[in-house]
Design a protein around this ligand. Structure first.
Ligand SMILES: N[C@@H](CCC(=O)N[C@@H](CS)C(=O)NCC(=O)O)C(=O)O
Length: 193
């Protein structure tokens, strides 16, 4: 299995999740500007979408989209998912919120008008406040992290771009996640401090 990633991109969530799962996997860096991978491959031959994450399975199939990849990891490694009848649905609900209400809004911070940037900033702040209020323990769903926590963690790493900062609960959570062994390994592999 191989994860195509770019340092500090959203693919860090998938990278951490694979590391937390404790499985063997390879990862290959992608230059998002040139669309070349570290081995010189045209990344568009891996996925025509041209964006990370992309996960190449052992049978050669390529998975894309954070929600799909993180859900796939959680379904194979239930310790990273949410138990119970509605567990998977609750997990997808959280992943979708992070993707559509947070991740997408960070895009609005790049290249938009001042007004669009201000709207994105408010939306992100509101999203973080909602997330902070929905914690059920040290992590989103209780006392152990799920793949959704790793996606939220990456959004919080990016939040340095927001002047207003993040709610204290999320700042504490960010440090808690950052100090996990698997997270340190994933970040060191990507060259992030
Ligand atoms: N819809 C995709 C978006 C992924 C995405 O935004 N990837 C960014 C990095 S965070 C990227 O590769 N951007 C480069 C590009 O779009 O050319 C997902 O949710 O997985």
């Amino acid at each position: 299995m191989k994860l195509y990633y770019s340092p500090m991109a959203c693919s860090l969530a998938d990278h951490i999740a694979l590391q937390e799962a404790g499985i063997e996997f390879e990862c290959e860096r992608v230059n998002l500007s040139t669309k070349l991978t570290a081995t010189g491959r045209n990344f568009k031959d891996v996925t025509v979408k041209g964006y990370v994450p992309a996960l190449e399975l052992d049978n050669g199939e390529i998975l894309t989209e954070n929600i799909a990849i993180l859900d796939w990891i959680a379904s194979r490694f239930p310790k990273l998912g949410v138990p119970g009848d509605l567990g998977r649905t609750r997990l997808v609900e959280a992943l979708t919120y992070i993707s559509t209400e947070l991740h997408c809004r960070f895009r609005g911070m790049h290249g938009g008008s001042d007004r669009e940037k201000a709207e994105a900033r408010v939306g992100i702040q509101t999203g973080f406040e909602f997330m902070a209020a929905s914690f059920k323990g040290d992590y989103l769903f209780g006392d152990a992290p799920t793949v959704a926590d790793f996606y939220l963690f990456v959004m919080l790493l990016w939040s340095g771009r927001i002047a207003d900062g993040v709610p204290q609960r999320l700042a504490t959570f960010r440090e808690r996640v950052r100090n996990r062994d698997a997270v340190k390994v994933a970040m060191a592999t990507e060259g992030i401090r």
